[in-house]
Design a protein around this ligand. Sequence first.
Ligand SMILES: Nc1ncnc2c1ncn2[C@@H]1O[C@H](COP(=O)(O)OP(=O)(O)O)[C@@H](O)[C@H]1O
Ligand SMILES: [Mg+2]
Length: 373
Amino acid sequence: MDNFVVSARKYRPTGFDEVVGQEHITTTLKNAIDSNKLAQALLFCGPRGVGKTTCARIVARLINGFEEKTELNSLNIFELDAASNNSVDDIRNLIDQVRYPPQFGKYKVYIIDEVHMLSNAAFNAFLKTLEEPPSYAIFILATTEKHKVIPTILSRCQIFDFNRIQISDIAKHLKKVADRESIPAEEEALHLIAQKADGALRDALSIFDLMVTYSSGKGITFSDVINNLHILDYDYYFKVVDGLLSENHTTPLLLLDEILRHGFDGQNFITGLSEHFRNLLVSQDARTVQLMEVPESVKNKYSKQAKATSPSLLLSWLSIANQCDINYKMSKNQRLSVELALMKMAHVQSVLNLRSTEQGESSKKKVLTVPQP
Ligand SMILES: Nc1ncnc2c1ncn2[C@@H]1O[C@H](COP(=O)(O)OP(=O)(O)O)[C@@H](O)[C@H]1O
Ligand SMILES: [Mg+2]
């Protein structure tokens, strides 16, 4: 068997231009390095799998002027995972190492991952070194939980906030990897993987690998991803809305039954349906269509369905769905609460119409009762 290297490792960027979706950070870091103004203590904050360690390694490589292909263990990088090495002794070991200048290159770069996990004593032992590091030492601290980092550390670091990565950017990156691996992949399938990854590129690449294995290299299809990741096909939402639009609750109730029988959770369905309503709302105006993170082909579907709805109807549906979502956990009969919401949605249109005719009549009456001069 070939030595299989997971995509997340195989495609770790070695230069800033390959880093996806963190331009505000890569530009600042690049400029700081080019102008020799890099701080000696940096703090990288942000969710997991968005490029913190990757950027730390790139910084280490660039400030030493090493080649892109340089092996990790000769980059003058020392990585400490504070999640599992959080004692005073671990930090003392590190501080001892800091005393010795680098044997080659100009800088030694210390990456302390999950720095918020360090014990209080370890933090304190570390402070002095952080405050007055030798000229050749750069500290890059990384954390997923900035609020847990003590203020004395925060105030000594230059802080970089990493973003979650946008679905469309992740999908584009996956497409590049698929092309490089010569694996055919449907655009909607990659989009779905990107959506599931919830902003983390590492997760997206892991799911991608899983789907490649599943399809045994034949290619990644939308339906494979739907089935494997247990994602509710958005076609269901389009069908539910078609039913609601005809002011008939039968179809939506039957669809709900089918969805629940496939093992999906009622609350998941309601929040997914809310998202669908929101997408229809933004599809009504060409200027807000771009707020929707779906592939082009799906955008057209939304635009078409959006034409059959009105903002007031969508807002009514959204508020019914929202109420159902809020009360869901407390409800004794959760299925019924979702069914009830669907029935309300199906008939809210006629209630709205009724009200507007009533209002129309009462305003007519008012006009009629205005005393004649
Ligand atoms: N912004 C990004 N651009 C390109 N690849 C990324 C990015 N973020 C994560 N990755 C991919 O995910 C893997 C893990 O990223 P890493 O930098 O270790 O994440 P973090 O340290 O933020 O948890 C990388 O090897 C790379 O393949
Ligand atoms: Mg990391």
